[in-house]
Design a protein around this ligand. Structure first.
Ligand SMILES: Cc1cc2nc3c(=O)[nH]c(=O)nc-3n(C[C@H](O)[C@H](O)[C@H](O)COP(=O)(O)O)c2cc1C
Length: 158
């Protein structure tokens, strides 16, 4: 009986956490005062350079006040990067909204897709919708980024 249980558990573990499982994390944070589009572009440039090297993919959105980022990669690489980003003085208050082990990547084409969505431009930007339309992106991730995009958007005048 013990052997049966052990075998089943091992098989289950093998299935649920395969060798090449991907760690996926989504957080929000608050940008430091005065942070602008140029700073965002600099973060994007660094991200694209480093993430390719470390097998990290994801999406980073900045609305002028807050960031939302999804990071995905091998567990150690993703955790190490998240800790590095947490210490970055260009933002604060990092709050993890999601953390899961998955079988595949949601943003496999992007070492870091980036969107600057200034609140003043409201929901007008279509770039984010195109990125989120990929079938690999889960409903949960899509909902989080769409909610973030709606933050601060003006309601239509009555
Ligand atoms: C909101 C935010 C997101 C970031 N995302 C990444 C990222 O995906 N990859 C990355 O390498 N650095 C990212 N950074 C920058 C890191 O905090 C850090 O400055 C950088 O990794 C240092 O790289 P370097 O040693 O090549 O200069 C981010 C910073 C902020 C503020």
């Amino acid at each position: 009986m013990t052997i049966g249980w052990a075998t089943k558990t091992a098989a289950k573990r093998k299935l649920s956490v395969p060798h090449r499982s991907i760690t996926s994390m989504i957080y929000v944070s608050t940008a430091s005062p005065g942070l602008e589009q140029d700073d965002f572009q600099a973060i994007m440039a660094t991200s694209q350079r480093n993430n390719q090297r470390f097998g990290i993919t994801g999406l980073l959105v900045f609305n002028g006040f807050n960031f939302m980022q999804c990071l995905e990669g091998d567990r150690s690489a993703a955790n190490e990067l998240l800790n590095r980003i947490r210490m970055d003085e260009r933002h604060s208050g990092m709050t993890l909204l999601g953390h899961q082990e998955t079988f595949g990547r949601q943003f496999s084409q992007w070492n870091m897709a980036g969107q600057y969505l200034p609140v003043k431009q409201g929901l007008a930007q279509e770039g984010l919708s195109a990125i989120l339309a990929d079938a690999a992106v889960t409903d949960a991730t899509r909902t989080l980024f769409q909610s973030f995009r709606s933050l601060g958007a003006k309601t239509p005048e009555q």
